[in-house]
Design a protein around this ligand. Structure first.
Ligand code: NAD
Length: 480
């Protein structure tokens, strides 16, 4: 399939000015499924970054003075425009990230939901009146926007991750300088265009691209920035938390995970297999909440492995723009190399490859849907986040054992379990350590639910009634 049709006008957005690739040094953007160059991305100069910071300071003064009602109208309007433009944005998303178009449509829809939700939540960012010790005193607690935000988003969810950060910041009344991934820049620009078309004032959002460490160091060193929000790897998250700490800036960090799935012998086996296999290979496993360590109880282990392997090996692999594709390429060669290294290590240590375990012949970054069993505990794939189309299935006897293994890693973002037994469900919900737990289903990431991890998976929530908290300060005002 050729993809060389229109992509998007890639640009920086600084102080309301669009700066095209022709005006700056530029980077290529590729379709990961064909490796064709689809666009050129301009790189921000140091002067651009300084201007973005000055613009964000102006934008904050303007946006915080806008009523929550008017801010909500802009966000709601943007959500409507994104829904109207859904097909075009989904296509851009698939072109630059690779995921099947069906998944891109759902992601763009989710981005619109998040933007709408945060606009509405901004209208409900209530303070409170606290009874005072004297009737002559009025004690109030106000919630106010924290200030200009610097946000950094990854390539795996080019619509939802920028939407979470844009919407949280804007819903709370903050301005934002956002650096989306250089590998998937157009989807974020399309969201920003919808916000501007819906009436977002100049200076409230600035968009920059370039060398990520240089940009984050420059923005976080500036006194203008009062908060950072990052989604990406744990290593980079810890580095950014350190930079934020130097300036005592608030941080929301949504880092990786290695989600366990405990399948009890009391589960509905057909449902557990069907849901697990489709969730595992969504976006070729490049999902921070992707199920990746399966613990299946004696008694159903062999049947689960057989049925899961059959589903994995029958997935239709192809270009994401093909409507029939069920799994497409990985988003970059780093990911494919990473997956190959983890699978080879598991194989060398005695793991059994039930299906897959190899790169697929193509110009793009394709890797086969893979299932591995008999993996010894020391194998890297059991402790390092795979972030790819690999399922490791391990047998257990007692639930205690499975819960202990689920909780054994430093990551704790998402976790899942399947059981029809009510007591087991309650126990699993209580005892698994994770920021989000899905029991008998994988649907955990909706605008109305808090999204975030604990332990090394980061801190802070995006979404839910908690979603605006990270972008707001608490101020008490007492009047006598
Ligand atoms: P990475 O952490 O190097 O990059 C992730 C994103 O962070 C990219 O968009 C990158 O441009 C940006 N980034 C990198 N260094 C930065 C810095 N110093 N300052 C600001 N932004 C910076 O990860 P990667 O190589 O793209 O992927 C490696 C691993 O990261 C994956 O295997 C996965 O474990 C994890 N990851 C997690 C998520 C998630 O949703 N939590 C998303 C992408 C990657």
């Amino acid at each position: 399939m050729t993809t060389s049709t229109t992509y998007y006008d890639l640009r920086l957005l600084i102080g309301g000015e669009a700066i095209l690739a022709s005006a700056r040094q530029s980077l290529p953007v590729e379709d990961p499924s064909t490796r064709e160059e689809i666009g050129r991305l301009p790189i921000a100069t140091d002067d651009d970054l300084q201007r973005a910071l000055e613009s964000a300071a102006r934008g904050f003064a303007r946006w915080r003075a806008t009523s929550a009602y008017d801010r909500a109208n802009v966000l709601r309007g943007a959500a409507r425009l994104i829904r109207e433009r859904l097909e075009a944005i989904a296509r851009i998303l698939t072109l630059e990230e690779g995921k099947p178009i069906v998944e891109s449509r759902l992601e763009v829809q989710a981005a619109a939901d998040i933007i709408e939700w945060c606009g509405e939540e901004g209208r409900r960012a209530y303070g409170r009146v606290v009874p005072a010790r004297s009737t002559a005193v009025r004690q109030t607690v106000l919630r106010e926007p924290v200030g200009p935000v610097a946000a950094f988003t990854p390539w795996n969810f080019p619509a939802v991750t920028p939407a979470r950060k844009l919407a949280g910041a804007l819903g709370a009344g903050c301005s934002i300088v956002i650096k989306p991934s250089e590998e998937t820049p157009a989807t974020a620009l399309a969201l920003v265009d919808a916000l501007r078309d819906a009436g977002l004032p100049e200076d409230v959002v600035n968009v920059v691209f370039g060398d990520p460490p240089h940009i984050s160091e420059t923005l976080l060193a500036s006194p203008v920035i009062r908060k950072i929000s990052f989604t990406g790897s744990i290593a980079v998250g810890k580095h950014l938390a350190g930079l934020a700490a130097k300036g005592l800036k608030r941080a929301t960090l949504e880092l990786g995970g290695h989600a366990p799935v405990i399948v009890s012998a009391k589960a509905d086996l057909g449902k557990a297999v069907a849901m697990s296999a489709s969730s595992k290979y969504r976006n070729a496993g490049q999902v921070c909440v992707s199920p990746s360590r399966f613990f299946v109880q004696d008694g159903i282990f062999a049947d689960f492995v057989e049925a899961f392997t059959k589903k994995a090996s029958s997935l239709r692999i192809g270009h994401g723009l093909d409507e029939t594709t069920q799994m497409s390429s990985l988003a970059n060669e780093r990911r494919r190399e990473g997956i190959a290294a983890l699978v080879d290590d598991a194989k060398q240590r005695g793991g059994t490859i039930r299906t897959g375990g190899e790169r697929l012949e193509s110009n793009g970054f394709f890797y086969a849907p893979t299932v591995i069993t008999d993996v010894p505990p020391a194998a890297r794939v059991l402790s390092e986040e795979p972030f790819g189309p690999v399922a490791v299935i391990t047998r257990f006897t007692e639930l205690d054992e499975a819960i202990a293994q689920a909780n054994a890693l430093p990551y704790a973002l998402a976790a899942y379990a399947f059981t029809q037994d009510v007591s087991e469900s309650i126990r699993l919900g209580n005892e698994i350590e994770a920021g989000m737990i899905g029991i008998n289903q994988f649907g955990i990431a909706f605008a109305e639910l808090p999204f975030g991890g604990i332990k090394d998976s980061g801190y802070g929530s995006e979404g839910g009634v908690e979603g605006l908290d990270g972008y707001m300060i608490t101020k008490s005002v007492t009047v006598a």
